[in-house]
Write a protein that binds this ligand. Structure first.
Ligand SMILES: NC(=O)C1=CN([C@@H]2O[C@H](COP(=O)(O)OP(=O)(O)OC[C@H]3O[C@@H](n4cnc5c(N)ncnc54)[C@H](O)[C@@H]3O)[C@@H](O)[C@H]2O)C=CC1
Ligand SMILES: CC(=O)[C@H](N)C(=O)O
Length: 877
């Protein structure tokens, strides 16, 4: 077929494109065999929208007079509207879109025509084929082997040619087992847990039928899986009722009598149509523009999407628990073994295995557990939420997986090596792609169509240096530990980046991580200075736009100056920002001499915040765009030297405020729990309340909050302020605050075993691990302006007393002795501070969530100090 047969009108001039959050724009519309291209050639604009026709889920056309309007609803949930002059042209365009977006001949799809601009791209299909997986895992070789019984796909059409099976099962036995399992999907190994040699195997349901048929070979195979162990678990992703009913249609389950070493656990997971309906309802709820809270909440609840997320995560948690904690092997299946089975085996591997949490490891996991394992992408992702053609086989189970991974990513922001943008990109690519990775329904079909030879591999492209940088998580800190997700309803959130991204009413408040940090202060300042223009959704849209396809546009990195950078917080923050924006783009400054390791790790300059001229020179010469103002005297030293505290904390701040305004800087100034006083609500202290602190430190901080907010409201200064709790860290000692005991107690516990505390044992104060503090600062700095309903936010993580932290330390070091000798100055200060912070607004506006509670904080501090002391050759108690 020639594509041109379906294109009666290829170009239309004077078309108006309307998109949520964009100003309407007038330009030329062009339609090709695979794309719709809109280009705006108006003076001063070079806007282009290139849309894969395959991404279009549904269109609506409306005629009025001599022109028409086409509304395009995309599978990635975007909605566009085209006003087209001339009725005939409009109908022709609509007809072309309808026909060309629904071509179902695989070889006519765009991946077969796509040639990446990087012609040197040498695709490597099979990041981790079963062959590679097996050859890399020497531990497996004693008891497992690679079988090519399926080399011609006759045993199981949806499996790849090679699979990993117990060593003592020969290919003839496997063939018999395959006949006993639906679709031939006999049990194969998908995960080997190195810590205890336990495995996860997956399959489809056994075909026992109403007569309770047996298959000795199947029983032997499962027995071989758990050889040397007393029992294994079967996680059946259907309820026991559904499993029973399956017998009526020749399916079934493993009976206790025949599989006596296996314990069956049923967890009902929805699939197919139910999941598809759920997504449709969810997207409908997100698109509701009535702004009615009750309606939104009830639609959200009716969709049940978050319940599906919860079930998937808790079933995966159960699977991981059986393997990691209980030390048993597990067989997973539902009916076909192509949907919920893959969903939970993937999530369980992410939970348990750090090697699956790197960018490369995660892509390899997807390839192994989804692409090669036979998830029928073409059927499942034929449409998303807008199409009226409800096909039987559609189901957003891969999207559900990505949502669950996003929940993990949110709950463990440091543990995954990839960013939210990767998940969003995969969500789009699964439905419409330039690459061949998600084409067809199985390995066999892909080979028959020549996909590996004739198209390019998405996973491989995502690992090219530019993409790798873009999709990596800058905060990534690998951990060997399992990451157990919380599935409490309060812990699960709507994946705003995906679901609300396309919605006009809310999109502006919830940009994805991909656009964080891209707001240009200059633009917003200029916008502000124009009469009648404020920071409107339209200005935001430029940054939120998803329309340029991969690779994403390069961002201009901010140039950051940190004042008072050699204190407890500056060095660590610089490290994180440098990782993200480049070493040369982050300058530390202070009035002290930097230690050699700091001096050699990136730019450092002397800068006294009281020297306005010097600061100005620094900002101008280095083209600074963000300023983090850390210089200060803290509460206890401030009280001991009020005049100096006033100078540094107030005069120094004024210098910085003026310079930030003059130079259009984004300015971050930390505040503190010390900004509250005895007349403030203490448990919890909200963002807005009476603030009458009784220390010069507190007074200077309230002054800073108010000055910054004033300049923001009056002149548009991009002032941002977080009220930190007491920050707890290892590397740089705290600089003379009231909360310093909570750092010293760890050092004492590991050196002398005795800590003398200058506060009473019951003095409760809000505290935070330094990595949470840094992450909050970076996330807050990167949040787009329009997302911020406040300029000063509380952030909270935990609250404890000296006695409570000592008790927690004693769980590791039972000998710790703590004596109390309250110091009147610091005790009075602490007694005037809140015991807890209410940080609701930070959580709501820019997604703040701490990772460390008291237990994690104590383990981490003791481990880090112990390592540090050992490296320095000091004794460890
Ligand atoms: N560490 C904590 O627990 C908390 C800190 N904060 C705030 O965070 C910021 C950073 O805190 P830390 O790093 O803990 O403070 P710190 O006391 O450890 O460091 C402050 C730094 O400012 C420098 N400094 C002093 N006078 C200066 C001057 N004239 N010009 C330039 N630099 C000068 C000092 O040399 C020191 O390195 C402060 O504004 C503090 O109020 C807020 C709440 C809690
Ligand atoms: C909480 C703070 O602001 C600081 N750590 C101090 O105790 O002064």
């Amino acid at each position: 077929m020639e594509f041109s047969e379906h294109i009666k009108t290829a170009n239309v001039e004077d078309v108006v494109l309307r998109q949520p959050l964009h100003p309407p724009s007038r330009g030329t519309l062009c339609i090709t065999g695979h794309h719709l291209l809109f280009s705006n050639r108006e003076e001063g604009s070079s806007r282009q929208v290139l849309l894969l026709l395959r991404n279009i889920d549904a269109i609506e056309k409306r005629m009025s007079g001599s022109s028409g309007t086409i509304t395009i609803k995309c599978k990635d949930l975007r909605v566009l509207q085209l006003d087209i002059p001339g009725m005939e042209q409009c109908l022709n365009i609509a007809h072309s879109i309808e026909t060309l977006s629904s071509l179902d001949s695989v070889s006519e799809m765009y991946p077969f025509f796509f040639r990446p601009s990087d012609h040197s791209l040498q695709d490597q299909w099979g990041l981790l084929s079963p062959e590679k997986h097996y050859s890399q895992m020497k531990e497996l070789h004693d008891r497992w082997r690679l079988s090519t019984v399926n080399r011609d796909y006759l045993v199981c059409p949806s499996y790849p040619p090679a699979v990993i099976v117990p060593k003592n099962m020969d290919d003839d036995t496997l063939k018999k087992v395959a006949k006993f399992r639906q679709g031939g999907r006999f049990p194969v190994l998908c995960y080997y847990h190195k810590k205890n040699s336990m495995v996860i195997v997956r399959s489809s349901q056994p075909l026992t039928g109403a007569n309770r048929k047996r298959c000795r070979e199947d029983e032997q195979l499962l027995q071989a899986v758990i050889e040397g162990s007393d029992k294994g678990y079967i996680i059946d992703t259907r309820s026991s009722q559904q499993a029973l009913q399956a017998r009526m249609t020749s399916g079934g389950f493993e009976s206790k009598a025949c599989y006596s070493s296996w314990k069956r656990l049923h967890r009902q997971m929805e699939r197919g149509k139910v999941l598809q309906e759920s997504l449709i309802k969810l997207v409908d709820a997100c698109g509701d523009e009535t702004h009615n809270m009750d309606r939104w909440l009830s639609k959200l609840e009716n969709s049940k999407w978050l319940s599906h997320v919860q079930t998937a995560l808790s079933t995966a948690g159960l699977l991981a628990e059986c393997v990691e904690r209980d030390g048993h092997s597990v067989l997973v299946h539902g009916s076909e073994g192509m949907d919920s089975t893959l969903l939970i085996s993937t999530l369980a591997q992410l939970i348990m295995d750090p090697s699956c949490r790197t960018l490369e490891g995660f892509l390899a996991l997807l390839e192994r557990e989804w692409v090669q394992a036979g998830h029928p992408f073409q059927q499942r992702c034929a449409h998303s939420a807008y199409s009226h053609a409800r096909l039987q086989q559609e189901s957003p189970v891969f999207l559900l997986l990505l949502d669950c991974v996003w929940q993990l990513w949110r709950q463990f922001p440091l543990a995954l090596g990839f960013s939210e943008s990767l998940l969003l990109r995969l969500a789009t690519e699964a439905y419409a792609s330039d690459y061949g990775t998600f084409l067809c329904n199985s390995h066999q079909e892909r080979c028959a169509q020549g996909v590996p030879e004739k198209t390019h591999c998405l996973f491989w492209a995502l690992l090219r240096p530019h993409e790798r940088d873009y999709y990596s998580n800058p905060l990534y800190e690998p951990t060997e530990l399992a990451i157990w997700p919380s599935v409490h309803p309060q812990s699960l959130q709507l994946w705003k980046g995906l679901l609300l991204y396309a919605q006009p009413a809310v999109r502006v408040f919830v940009p994805s991580a991909a656009v964080r940090g891209m707001l240009c202060r200059g633009c917003l300042s200029k916008a502000r200075s124009l009469p009648g223009r404020t920071c409107s959704p339209r200005q935001m849209s430029r940054w939120n736009s998803q329309e340029t396809c991969s690779p994403p546009p390069p961002q201009e990195n901010p140039r950051v100056l940190i004042t008072g950078g050699l204190g407890q917080l500056g060095v660590g923050l610089a490290q994180i920002l440098r990782k993200q924006y480049g070493t040369e783009n982050v300058i530390l400054s202070d009035i002290k001499k930097p230690p050699p390791h700091v001096f050699s790790s990136g730019p450092f300059v002397y800068a006294d915040v009281l020297d306005y001229k010097l600061l100005r020179e620094l900002i101008v010469n280095n083209r600074i765009t963000w300023l983090v103002h850390y210089s200060a005297l803290l509460s206890a030293v401030g009280e001991a030297n009020v005049a100096l505290a006033r100078k540094i904390n107030i005069t120094g701040l004024h210098n910085v405020l003026d310079l930030a305004l003059e130079n259009c800087l984004r300015l971050f100034v930390p505040s503190t729990i010390g900004a509250f006083g005895p007349s403030s609500p203490r448990d919890p202290a909200p963002d807005l309340c009476v603030q009458r602190p009784r220390t010069i430190y507190g007074v200077s901080k309230v002054h800073g909050e108010l000055m910054g907010e004033y300049l923001h409201h009056k002149y548009g200064l991009d002032f941002r302020c977080l009220r930190y709790p007491g920050v707890i860290s290892v590397n740089t000692p705290p600089g003379g605050g009231t909360t310093d005991y909570a750092v010293q107690i760890f050092h004492d516990a590991l050196s002398t075993g005795h800590h003398e505390c200058y506060l009473r044992p019951d003095t409760r104060l809000p505290m935070m691990h330094i990595s949470d503090c840094h992450r909050a600062t970076v996330e807050f700095m990167q949040a787009p302006e329009c997302q911020l309903s406040l300029r000063t936010y509380n952030i909270a993580a935990m609250s404890f007393t000296p006695e409570e932290v000592a008790q927690e330390i004693r769980k590791h070091l039972p000998h710790l002795k703590v004596t109390y000798n309250p110091d009147s100055v610091r005790q009075t200060i602490a007694d005037s501070w809140p015991v807890r912070f209410d940080d609701f607004n930070a959580r709501r506006d820019w997604g703040w969530a701490p990772a460390f509670g008291l237990e994690e904080l104590v383990s981490d501090m003791l481990r880090s100090i112990r390592d540090k002391r050992t490296n320095e050759g000091l004794a460890v108690s």
